[in-house]
Design a protein around this ligand. Structure first.
Ligand SMILES: C=CC1=C(C)c2cc3[nH]c(cc4nc(cc5[nH]c(cc1n2)c(C)c5CCC(=O)O)C(CCC(=O)O)=C4C)c(C)c3C=C
Ligand SMILES: [Fe+2]
Ligand SMILES: [Fe+2]
Length: 367
C-alpha cells in the first residue's frame, strides 16, 4: 500500500560504521550566474522568505512577481557582473574556502569533523547539504551561520530551513545551532587584525566607518536583537583598536524598499563626513564575514563615489575577514566550544554486544 507519509524510506545506518560529526557552515546565498534570469530566481526565493519580508503573502507576492522582480533582476544582475570572478560569486567562493580552512583547522587539532558550506537561498542549499551529510553517515551536525550578529531575518531563517528539512526525515541526526558570536574575543581580534594590517600598509584614516547590513527599524522595535549586537561589536572593536568615539561611526547599509530601516544610513553618513571636511574615510563591514555584492559593489563602488563626489579626498574599503588566519582560528574555536561534550558513539564491540544479549536473556527476554 502506498503511504502518503512525508517520511521516505531510508537505508538503516550501516552497522559498525563509526558515527560522524559535521559542521554545516551556512551563509546567505547568491545567484548561480550574474544574469537577469539567475538573479530573478535567487531573489524570488530570498524575498519570498517571510523572515525577510514580513508582509502577508497575499499582498506581497503580487507586488514581488509583478513589479519588484521584473524591475530589479536586470539591474541587480549588472551589479553582480561587476564583482563576479573567474571562480564565481565572491560570497560563494569565500564561503567554500572558509569551510575548507575550518575543516583543516579542526583536523589539525585532532577533531574528526567534516565541514560543509551551505546557502540559505540558492545553491548548494541547506537541504541538499544535509541530505549529503546524512548519506555520508553524519549523526551529529552543528549548524554554524556565517553571521556573527543574530537577526530573525538571517540566523532564524537558517534554523527554519534546517527544521523544514528535519520535518521530512525519518531518522534525524542530532542537531546543534550557533545563534551568535558578535562579542566573541577571537572574532573581535580578527577584525582588529584585519584593520590593523590595512593601516600598516596604507596609513590611518581621519575617520573609520563601521557599516553593517540594515534591517527594517520595525524589527528592532518588535524585539530583534540585531541592532544592539551590531552596537556591541562596534564598541568592542573600537576598544580593541583604541579608537575614541569621535574617530569612528556605526552605520547601516543596503536599505531595501520605502520603509524606515536602521539608522544612520551609510551613504548619507559618508557624504556628511566629506562635507564636514573629513579628508580620508575608511569603511569596514564587520557584520559581513565574506566579501559580497553588498561590500564590493555597494561600499567599494557606490559609497566610494558618494564620498569622493561630496568632496572627500581619499576613500578606503577594508576587505572582509574572508580567509584571514585569525578569523579561521576564531571560527575553529567557536566550533570547538559548541562541539564540546558531544559524546562520540563508537560502535559497540562484538563481545560487548554478546554480553548485553546474555544479560537480556538472563532478565527473561525471549530468544
Ligand atoms: C528585503 C529585505 C532584506 C533584509 C531584511 C536583509 C537582511 C540581511 N541581509 C544580510 C546579508 C546579505 N544581503 C545580501 C544581499 C541582499 N539583501 C537583500 C535584502 C535584504 N537583506 C537583497 C534584495 C539582496 C540582493 C542584492 C540586491 O538585489 O540588492 C548579501 C549579498 C549576497 C551576494 O550574493 O553577494 C548579503 C551577504 C544580512 C546580514 C541581513 C540582516 C542582518
Ligand atoms: Fe541582505
Ligand atoms: Fe545593496
Amino acid at each position: 500500500m502506498r503511504s502518503s507519509s512525508p517520511f521516505a524510506a531510508e537505508p538503516p545506518l550501516p552497522h559498525g560504521r563509526p558515527s560522524l560529526t559535521a559542521v554545516l557552515y551556512c551563509n546567505l546565498g547568491t545567484p548561480d550566474e550574474p544574469t537577469a534570469a539567475a538573479v530573478r530566481q535567487y531573489l524570488a526565493e530570498f524575498l519570498s522568505d517571510p523572515r525577510v519580508v514580513e508582509i502577508p503573502a497575499v499582498v506581497w507576492q503580487p507586488l514581488l512577481r509583478g513589479a519588484i522582480l521584473p524591475l530589479r533582476s536586470a539591474k541587480s544582475a549588472a551589479k553582480y557582473a561587476s564583482i563576479w570572478t573567474a571562480e564565481g560569486s565572491p560570497l560563494k567562493v569565500w564561503t567554500e574556502k572558509q569551510a575548507r580552512l575550518l575543516q583543516g583547522w579542526l583536523g589539525e587539532r585532532g577533531h574528526r569533523v567534516i565541514v560543509r558550506p551551505a546557502m540559505r537561498y540558492g545553491n548548494p542549499s541547506i537541504a541538499s547539504q544535509l541530505d549529503a551529510l546524512k548519506a555520508e553517515g553524519a549523526t551529529r551536525i552543528l549548524v554554524l551561520p556565517a553571521y556573527p550578529q543574530y537577526s530573525g531575518t538571517t540566523t532564524a531563517s537558517i534554523v527554519d530551513a534546517v527544521a523544514a528539512w528535519s520535518q521530512r526525515q525519518r531518522s534525524l541526526p542530532e542537531l546543534r545551532f550557533v545563534n551568535r558570536y558578535h562579542d566573541q574575543h577571537g572574532y573581535i581580534k580578527a577584525l582588529a587584525a584585519r584593520i590593523g594590517r590595512h593601516w600598516l600598509d596604507h596609513g590611518r584614516p581621519d575617520h573609520l566607518v563601521m557599516s553593517f547590513h540594515g534591517v527594517p527599524e520595525r524589527t528592532r522595535d518588535l524585539g530583534d536583537p540585531y541592532f544592539c549586537e551590531c552596537q556591541k561589536t562596534a564598541r568592542l572593536l573600537a576598544g580593541q583598536l583604541g579608537l575614541l568615539p569621535e574617530h569612528y561611526s556605526v552605520t547601516f547599509q543596503s536599505r531595501f524598499g520605502k520603509a524606515k530601516w536602521l539608522e544612520p544610513y551609510t551613504e548619507p553618513s559618508v557624504r556628511a563626513l566629506a562635507q564636514r571636511g573629513v579628508g580620508r574615510v575608511d569603511v569596514v563591514c564587520p557584520g559581513f564575514t565574506a566579501d559580497c555584492l553588498e561590500t564590493l559593489e555597494e561600499i567599494g563602488q557606490e559609497v566610494r563615489d558618494a564620498f569622493l563626489g561630496a568632496g572627500g579626498k581619499e576613500f578606503h574599503y577594508i576587505p572582509c575577514l574572508n580567509d584571514d588566519g585569525p578569523w579561521i582560528a576564531a571560527l575553529g574555536a567557536l566550533a570547538e566550544q559548541h562541539l564540546a561534550g558531544w559524546p562520540t558513539q563508537e560502535p559497540a564491540k562484538p563481545d560487548a554486544l554478546a554480553a548485553t544479549r546474555e544479560r537480556a536473556l538472563a532478565m527473561g527476554a525471549k530468544q
